[in-house]
Ligand binder design. Sequence first.
Ligand code: NAD
Ligand code: UDP
Length: 313
Amino acid sequence: MVESPLRNLITGGAGFLGSHLVDRLMESGEKVICLDNFFTGSKENIAHWIGHPSFELINHDVTEPIKLDVDRIWHLACPASPIHYQFNPIKTAKTSFLGTYNMLGLARRVGARILFASTSEVYGNPEIHPQPEKYNGNVNPIGIRSCYDEGKRVAESLCYDYMRMHKIEIRIARIFNTYGPRMLLNDGRLISNLLVQSIHGEDLTIYGNGNQTRSFCFIDDLIDSLILFMDSSYKGPINLGNPEELSILDIANLIKTTSIKKVSLKFLQKPEDDPLRRKPDIGIAQRELNWKPKIMFNDGLKITREYFQKKLT
Ligand code: NAD
Ligand code: UDP
């Protein structure tokens, strides 16, 4: 008997991560419903699938319930960049809590497995380095990042309660900083800001002294890990990211030295609650998913720069 293709719902499917996931699942012959309210996503990211018989696009806000018949839910809807999630922090908290509540309700009703896109931000400004999944975090509950951080924390807690009470199949992915093509030009994040500035020949903006660190994972590696995780029997939470830790200054200097136009560094005030260090312990992902990132930062940066260059010409 020929198995029918899996029916996937991807919330936030028109965004950066979501649209790459749409591509992968469509290329594997699965069915995809892409649901988005287009706050930070765009039709351009998924335009190449519109009209395909296995693809459907729904303009919908996850804070409102919806009934759909699907096998798998990839729940990614939520702005990820600080400038976007701080634009309307109350809406961000609603998206995390109500959006996840609605998607868990749908998963329960139709018996779907649900993967929730959580974040390294659940660790806040970490006192443990690198961060293992068992670390409970150090989050300021009333700061300007808390709509996002605490929103994701309560959403994780909802996932676990739905699993315990209603036996639904959950997968919690704690995603660390990810970069690559289809990041928004005006995303306000480090990699997009610095690459766009270098292409324009503008000074590269460093918030604070630049000694804070992050670990950046290229989009293709991250999508591999999400798919392996959804297919696995491990429920998570699981850290997904690249453990190569770099300081913001290291990254700025790399972009400066490889910039076609001559650029300098410009130091600005560091935002409130900006975490000082961040690096995933990916031991569980390696053991349970047999996954580790393959793409070196230099190579991923080159691909991303080419994307922005094309966008800007
Ligand atoms: P993104 O902003 O590009 O994509 C988010 C998508 O969700 C957009 O298409 C947006 O329009 C949509 N959306 C937002 N609110 C919505 C709502 N209420 N209803 C329906 N759609 C809504 O961000 P991204 O980088 O692709 O992030 C995707 C997910 O991964 C987010 O949940 C984010 O928290 C998580 N994540 C991302 C990163 C990263 O570095 N990119 C790191 C950790 C976690
Ligand atoms: N950052 C910076 N200059 C920029 C944008 C960001 O120095 O133009 C810093 C920011 O303060 C943070 C790090 O780079 O310490 C990563 O920021 P991003 O917004 O990309 O991710 P997040 O803070 O959410 O991890």
